[in-house]
Design a protein. Sequence first.
Length: 592
Amino acid sequence: MSRMKGAEVITEYLIKQKIPYVFGICGHGNVGLLDALYDAREQIKLVSPRHEQVAAHMADAYFRVRHEPVATLTSCGPGSCNIIMPLALALSDSSALLAITANVPTSQFNRSPFQEINRHFQADFPSIVRPVVKRSFQPTRVDMLPLALRKAMATMLAGRPGPVNLDVPFNVFQEEDDVEVPAATPPLNAQRSGAAPEEISAAANLFLAAQRPVMFVGHGVTLSEASEELTKLAHQLHVPVISSPNGFGCLDMTDPLSLGFIGRNGCYAANEAGRRADVVMAIGARFDDRSASSWLPGYSWNFPQTKLIHVDLDPAELGRNYSPDLGILADARTFLRQLLAEVERRAPQREAMTAWHEDIRKWQESWDAFVKPNFEVHASPIRPERIVADCQAVLPEDAILACDVGVNHNWYMQFWKARRPQTMLNSWGFSGMGFGAAGALGAKLAAPDRPCVAIAGDGCFAMVPHVLCTAVEYDIPVVWVIWNNFGWVSIRDIQLGMFQRRELGTMFHSGANKTPYNPDFAGWARASGVDALTVKRSEDFKDALEHAVKSNRPFLLDVHVDAEIRPPATGAWQLPPTPYNEPVFGQRFLPT
Ligand SMILES: Cc1ncc(C[n+]2csc(CCOP(=O)(O)OP(=O)(O)O)c2C)c(N)n1
Ligand SMILES: [Mg+2]
């Protein structure tokens, strides 16, 4: 026990937990903690971006790269309200961060002091944040901090990870008490739950009897760090693997067994295999609308005709969208290890599944014949495929892509081949604009020796342009590739398809003639102290990217992309009550 200020208790705990960064923005509410962080500045670095949203996206991306959490710090009232969207994003993608928020002094609770939310309850930020975190804690005395900190960290990392809020009234930072700083909490994956032996046996029975088996892997496989086990099982059983974006790279996507993403913007072979499989084993994947063609039968999946083995850590995901024939509540890696041991024990004499693999090969060939020629085309404005292809050619296997939202992301989901897990960061469940442009900064801090490239639409980037300042201030050499199509084109295309080509509020124009408008992104970057190039010809992009990565300085590439070329649809996406009749403007891939 020692006599400590609340702010010192928090700081000491963060140090014990080996949290190297706090991404935070000051306000009168949190100056007490900032002062304690001043004393700890050798152990914990404060990075202060220009908007709270960026701080939280950075923390989210940092966790996705390292699987180790960092904290954010925001002040009372508006500053903390600015992190609601990124917390929702982190929650829906199971990413952990400790959001420390400040609140008004307890002695002023309910007096409506500056920046208190109190219409229904005193100092009520926990009610604002509650739906978007795993848990919110509001310790109102210094002696409540040790338990709150310990529980916050454990809640964040145990089971399915996610963001947690620690809401601290102003005086709790300042006041002193005799307290003991808790020991460090176990890291992610310290506790792993397995399946029961009879469940493993049942899973092996079902899966080994399949004629047309498929595995579908999601973020759960990434989070449990089960890439090695997944690869081993896929190879041992010769089973094709479909992946959700946050599962990309768990199986090297250049592996012939990797079929890529599924759904409207997925790969043709993945949708064909998904809907024709006789047994699907889904691990740490949740069959959201975008990876299940909005659950329309026969587009991506065909349950219940297809048998489903569904493995997940979270009981809420088992049976949410499809009732599994075998639902197993387990950590992905533990389950895979158990199943591998069972498979090895049985040493099954399996048929080669020649017909199944022959089908898959044909689907892949017809898809390749359709899409590949476009990867070779040089044009201005640039064809989307070229940008994906050149990123793939220039970036090393361990480079990290921080993807933003929009049609640009659709292209990467369809064609990016991640070579390793945790190298493609996606705002998947919540799709919050700004995640890629801001998250790249956090990703780079998590992996300073690896190239880190944000792929951000012009619309997304313009939501968080101040990331440029943060990169310069803290010398964070990320590369932003601005996918500049002069509009919120993903939404424009929905308007065109669904509403007879009537466009309103989705393209950027200026003047009476409606001239396409955007700021000069490269000029904007240079004005902020960031190197930049504008790329209008596809012939120039590859060299520009190579140069930007090699420069090892913050670098922006403003890349002008053709807004009239859409990713081919291979599945479906429906917005009820609109009937599904290819509502999104674009082309549908049908093999010849
Ligand atoms: C914060 C936020 N606001 C609005 C949306 C809805 N939305 C999804 S994609 C999109 C347009 C993205 O535009 P851009 O970044 O230019 O990408 P593009 O589709 O043009 O490639 C919008 C507005 C969102 N997902 N997040
Ligand atoms: Mg755009």
